[in-house]
Design a protein around this ligand. Structure first.
Ligand code: COA
Length: 158
């Protein structure tokens, strides 16, 4: 199943990538772990908070977002950040629709982002995944990334 195409983000993709985000990230997002520990916060659930990350990605670097499309539907995306001074690229968000997984699309989206970073003249790339995300922990080393650190997150109510 490879009759999908990867293209640049358009502003009218925003709703679709937010929808894909809240469907895809169940079980693998810090926002949901926070909700599991502290409950709903400020009247919002983890999906509301996670979807806002995409608003942030679009505000920060719309030219570095790539969208995978199949039969006219958005089935995946990757977002990026560029720090030219440090030579650093970063991949804050990546998702593929559950029905389209396991066919190499996630890897192709990462390759697309890496090509973009190379065109931008960057020196290195950072990506992170939750310890509970088995796919991320398999996929990123498979795409040439080396593990450099593990971080522990804490939260408390005020
Ligand atoms: C991560 C994600 C984008 C990958 O998309 P995908 O199109 O399935 O990716 P690919 O098909 O290119 O690669 C998936 C790899 O994970 C492997 N994999 C699948 N399930 C796995 C599991 N439970 N444990 C370990 N590896 C697994 C596949 O075998 C494949 O590796 P391979 O090519 O070496 O065989 C997709 O799973 C997703 O959207 N997940 C939810 C959101 C998410 O986790 N985003 C990343 C946050 S860090």
């Amino acid at each position: 199943m490879t009759n999908d195409t990867i293209r640049s983000f358009r502003p009218d993709d925003l709703d679709a990538i937010k929808r894909l985000t809240v469907e895809a990230f169940g079980g693998v997002t810090l926002e949901q772990n926070v909700e599991a520990a502290l409950g709903r916060l400020q009247g919002h659930d983890w999906r509301w908070r996670k979807a806002r990350h995409l608003d942030e990605d679009v505000r920060a670097n719309p030219a570095g977002i790539f969208v995978a499309e199949a039969q006219g539907a958005v089935v995946g995306y990757i977002t990026t950040r560029v720090d030219r001074e440090a030579g650093q690229g970063r991949i804050p968000n990546l998702a593929v629709d559950a029905n389209s997984r396991g066919h190499g699309l996630g890897r192709r989206l990462i390759e697309q982002a890496l090509d973009y970073f190379r065109r931008e003249g960057l020196a290195y790339v950072m990506i992170e995944t939750m310890a509970q995300n088995d796919v991320g922990q398999h996929l990123y080393p498979a795409c040439g990334f080396t593990e450099v650190a593990r971080q522990v997150h804490f939260a408390r109510k005020l």
